[in-house]
Design a protein around this ligand. Sequence first.
Ligand code: ATP
Length: 359
Amino acid sequence: MSIREFAESGADLELVGIQKRFPGFTAIEELDLTIPAGSFFALLGPSGCGKTTTLRLVAGLEEPTAGRILIGGKDVTDTKAHQRPVNTVFQSYALFPHMSIIDNVSFGLKRRRIGDAEAKAHEALKLVELDHLAQRRPAQLSGGQQQRVALARAIVNRPALLLLDEPLGALDLKLRRQMQLELKTIQEEVGLTFLHVTHDQEEAMTMADTVAVMNKGAIEQMGAPEELYELPRTAFVANFLGKSNLFTGDVVGTTDTAMTVDAGGHRITVPTARSQRHQGLVTVGVRPEKVTLHAEQPEEVAGRNLLGPGRVIDVSFAGVSTEYIVAVPGVGTISVFAQNMTFGPVAHEGSEVWLSWDV
Ligand code: ATP
């Protein structure tokens, strides 16, 4: 049996006008979301933004105050949790300690008297590369292996949709990174629809094909990881995904393709689409890795923004790159990530420097 046949192909998920009020608190104001079948979708946001509530609504563990939930085109809003084609993997994987791994994985199938439970459980364990440990008890496995058993258990009954609620939160950083890649590979192999909830931006960006950034019960921006990173629509998204230098300025001129912003006496060119035309006070953002540090004042070049002089107030070495924090009068502090191409820092604390980046 091929892996694809083993698991039913995923179904799409639609949330239509979902609202969730708890007594005295509105966790979700209005949520519309379509997740295509077979995709790896991440809901990313800070603690308390409503991620888990969204997942619980999809699982049927909470009832929406308003709105509909459709899985594979079928309205499941009034369907009980255990009748929805959905499984959830939680951070605490809660395996039965007294049972072998194979029994843990086949337990649900056997209880529901589904045929070939054992064979299906072995198939699922093969998928997470743990079939050779099928006879062990959970306590005889590492944390990462236990989490993979929990995953095998969640996909063994072929759900159309798999919900993952911070599933890697209990693992140490190295194992977490490894499991992120494994989870992505498994998702690609089985073709199920994965809805993953996390507050870890790196996790969301490495695993998901689409990321929705949630803030205060609403989706602030949704798109491919690269798109969210390169073209964040709000300061919240820019700050939540990676590090961003944000500073304010006044719009002093516009053309068809760009606007000129005065930031503390520095003229900065910002590319804009016509639809994004702004006036007055704006926030400008530039990623630290896009900024180049200069020890001497560079010549002004068309197509490059120039800031300076500023003073280096902090240097931190991080192996591949070094981060320089530069205070620029009238603008604020700007962080610069410089690749460590040569031995030794390119500037020191207290050095006078200039900054430039491509418009
Ligand atoms: P975390 O990452 O910390 O789990 P989250 O984004 O998953 O956060 P939710 O658990 O969805 O957040 O909670 C969203 C908001 O709804 C929070 O402010 C929370 O306090 C509130 N909330 C959740 N459940 C209830 C409840 N049963 N009664 C009242 N308020 C609730």
